[in-house]
Design a protein around this ligand. Structure first.
Ligand code: PEP
Ligand code: MN
Length: 331
């Protein structure tokens, strides 16, 4: 159950509501998100919503039977739209395209990709500066110095950027340079990191864990929402399965399910989802048709020379063709 509160409550109003919740054996958390205050309540007993609806200070009461509450479409019917400013919005009806290299490598690379995006009217660039790599000997990213350069070039060209944050002590330093924080698959259940991102008012693209269930993804989003961050996106990036003919199994079902279960925008990552360059466009198109609100993929001026994920990265010609196809499918 979610209790939406009016704007000005006295301490006494809060205690009356909390006493009633306790009497009815509800656990509860007070949440401030999207300029509104709520009680998110978890209980075992069926209760008549009118028990709470008439209390002073209560604006509305919603029954949410899902275990996750604030990210559930049982509570919020209208889709969440994330406004990045300068008319760049994600969610509700238009397909957002985000593209860029797996890793930021140098200034030339960023400039060339930005030019490619500008030419194709793409407003959001991806690029990792802190890279989670399976091998400690692989390129692990340019760090803060790379982020500052990435941000400067994006700003000069009116491009928003999305980049991965790997641990809590990076959040504050990265904050001024980032438009969207990406939480990678390996950190999808790093609850301490999710808590910190929940406290900051910056959009977050949350990836599904490598072997993460849809339910776990929604609960991870709930961690952030319950700390007040309502600017969240869910990202399907493929899961580990018995199949090893490709890197991961892109779960197209998840797009449909997530769109049903949550009001948050759903983004598809076909690059990590299949991990094979020539199949990335097919998976991207399938995700768009399945109802994804956005697609995020890897592109590089010379994919074969990319320092990470070369095998799944598109070149500019392939990227342009994909953008055209995506636009023809969804418009
Ligand atoms: C990435 O986006 O480059 C990345 C490392 O993704 P994931 O966390 O999905 O593996
Ligand atoms: Mn990658």
């Amino acid at each position: 159950m979610i209790i939406q509160l009016k704007s000005s409550l006295t301490e006494n109003d809060y205690s009356v509501i909390e006493n009633n919740l306790t009497i009815h054996k509800f656990g509860f958390v007070r949440v401030n998100a999207g300029k509104k205050n709520y009680y998110v309540c978890v209980g075992k007993n069926e209760v008549d919503l009118r028990t709470f609806g008439h209390l002073k200070g209560v604006e509305d009461v919603f029954r949410v039977t899902d275990q996750y509450k604030l990210v559930s479409s049982q509570w919020r019917i209208e889709p969440t739209v994330i406004d990045l400013g300068n008319d760049v919005k994600i969610g509700n009806g238009h397909l957002s395209i985000m593209a860029g290299p797996c890793a930021i490598e140098n200034e030339n690379q960023v400039e060339e990709i930005v030019m490619h995006l500008v030419k194709n009217n793409i407003k959001i660039m991806r690029g990792g500066v802190f890279k989670p790599r399976s091998s400690p000997y692989a390129f692990r990213g340019m760090g803060m110095e790379g982020l500052k350069m990435f941000s400067r070039i994006c700003k000069a060209n009116h491009i928003k950027l999305v980049t991965e944050v790997m641990e809590l002590n990076q959040v504050e330093e990265m904050l001024p340079y980032v438009d969207i924080f990406q939480v990678g698959a390996r950190n999808s259940q790093n609850f301490n990191l999710l808590d910190v991102l929940g406290e900051c008012r910056k959009p977050v693209l949350l990836k599904r864990g490598i072997s993460g269930t849809i339910d776990e993804l929604l609960h991870s989003a709930e961690y952030m929402y319950s700390r007040g961050n309502d600017q969240l996106m869910l990202c399907e990036r493929g899961i580990r399965s018995f199949e090893n003919a490709y890197r991961n199994t892109f779960d197209i079902n998840a797009i449909a399910l997530l769109k049903e279960k949550s009001h948050l925008p759903v983004i598809a990552d076909p690059s990590h989802g299949v991990g094979i360059r020539k199949h990335v466009p097919t998976v991207a198109l399938a995700a768009a048709v399945a109802g994804a609100d956005g697609v995020i993929y890897e592109v590089h001026p010379t994919p074969e020379l990319a320092k990470s994920d070369a095998q799944q990265t598109l070149d500019f010609t392939e990227s342009t063709r994909l953008i055209e196809k995506l636009r023809s499918v969804v418009n």
